[in-house]
Design a protein around this ligand. Structure first.
Ligand SMILES: Cc1cc2nc3c(=O)[nH]c(=O)nc-3n(C[C@H](O)[C@H](O)[C@H](O)COP(=O)(O)OP(=O)(O)OC[C@H]3O[C@@H](n4cnc5c(N)ncnc54)[C@H](O)[C@@H]3O)c2cc1C
Length: 376
């Protein structure tokens, strides 16, 4: 069986590892000329760690990760409004949440695949499919025919936007900077924190190598010139109302880790299967990062695809099983994540006062339970 995976991001590489494990030697076609993982860190939920364990690629990721035991939500004076006990996830489901350098995550996934199956400088520009094959055109006008394609080409997926023309990414109305900063002297180990204020939101987590990963979001028009032009000092000024160590974390961020992006998701799709094409990861269900689940859901996709292809008698049946197991769950992640971002980014003083007064009274058990759908 001749299956191509388009895109060598977290989703594409994890899917390749899963397919190779069951003997399907899928090739990965990636537009970049080499792996240049974006700086900064990423949180991997314990549900996704379970998927990585089952695929057999978790070992190096666990070693490079910082286990997170608690998530704290703070107000603008850093008073804890509420928290989620992540140790219960480990107790109940067997894995814990981790924070990891993106470069380490990518490297571990990359190392788990035989290099002969990864092809750089292969940007897909077009494709056609019929009942017998899918014909893919690459940027150098080379055409290749496949039995099936796993489109893991990210939120701006050529495949999705061709197959579902009205699926353009939706702006979430906030813009976000990320970075990693050396030295955890003023940061609690094993705890990730997020502070909410009417001027913006700041989150941070310690990493295994002694750095701190952080993100900072403010409400903004899409592609706003002022925010696009800001350097570290300008971003530190936006968050100068927060207590230490926020100013230090922003001002001392490693240059190559300092990133800025407007945030988007996509309207949930009804299906990820279009003839011989299956959408996976952000191509299928890009979500805002408020639950820390975008990459995690791509990893779960990879595991479910591996399982479906292993268990079903035909690829069509496997794709149908994948769809049945993934569409509703990822819809819920997109919607829940958007709602969290909406409330966390409130800037109206009355709404902020209301949220900060009510949130501390939400039982921790309820916050925990709101995450358990991720394990179903
Ligand atoms: C600010 C921010 C913070 C985040 N934090 C978290 C977090 O803490 N936890 C979490 O789980 N997720 C997080 N995410 C989400 C996570 O980064 C994504 O969900 C994840 O990277 C998606 O992986 P993917 O492989 O589906 O897509 P991508 O990472 O976008 O990979 C797509 C790949 O396809 C390639 N490609 C694209 N088009 C083509 C083409 N035409 N031909 C060939 N190749 C192509 C690209 O070069 C790329 O390598 C965050 C996202 C943002 C923006």
């Amino acid at each position: 069986m001749n299956i191509a995976i388009i895109g060598g991001g977290i989703g594409g590489l994890t899917a390749a590892a899963g397919l190779h494990k069951i003997g399907i030697k899928a090739h990965v076609y990636e537009q970049a000329s080499s792996f240049k993982p974006l700086g900064a860190g990423i949180g991997i939920g314990s549900n996704a760690m379970l998927a990585l364990q089952k695929i057999g690629v978790a070992e190096d990721i666990v070693k490079a990760g910082m286990p997170l035991h608690e998530q704290r939500f703070l107000n603008d004076a850093f008073k804890v409004m509420n928290s989620i006990d992540f140790t219960l996830l480990k107790e109940k489901f067997g894995e814990e949440n981790i924070a990891i350098q993106r470069a380490d995550l990518h490297e571990a996934l990359f190392q788990s695949i035989d290099l002969a199956y990864i092809h750089f400088q292969h940007e897909v520009t077009d494709f056609t499919q019929d009942k017998d094959q899918i014909l893919v055109t690459f940027n150098h006008h080379d055409k290749k025919s496949f039995d099936y394609v796993i489109a893991a080409d990210g939120i701006h997926s050529v495949f999705r936007q061709t197959l579902v023309p009205n699926s353009r990414p939706r702006y979430a109305n906030y813009t976000c900077w990320r970075g990693t900063t050396k030295n955890q002297r003023d940061v609690a180990l094993h705890i990730s924190s997020e502070a909410w204020s009417k001027q913006g939101r700041f989150g941070w987590a310690p990493l295994h190598n002694g750095d701190v990963y952080w993100f900072a979001c403010v409400n903004a028009p899409e592609a706003d010139d002022y925010y696009v032009s800001l350097e570290k000092e300008g971003v530190a000024n936006l968050f100068s109302h927060f207590p230490p160590p926020i100013g230090r974390l922003i001002a001392e961020a490693e240059d190559d880790s300092f990133l800025h992006h407007d945030l988007y998701d996509i309207q949930p799709l009804d299906t990820f299967v279009y003839g011989r094409t299956l959408l996976l990861g952000d191509a299928a269900h890009a979500t805002t990062p408020n639950m820390g689940q975008g990459a995690g859901q791509a990893m779960e996709d990879a595991y479910e695809l591996m399982l479906a292809l292993d268990r079903e008698h035909s690829v069509e049946a496997a794709f149908a099983r994948f769809d049945a197991r993934r569409v509703q769950k990822t819809q819920k992640v997109i919607e829940f994540s958007r709602q969290i971002g909406w409330a966390a980014q409130w800037d109206h003083p009355f709404l902020v006062y209301f949220r900060n007064t009510v949130f501390p009274f939400v039982p921790k058990s309820l916050l925990f339970r709101s995450l358990t759908f991720l394990f179903k």
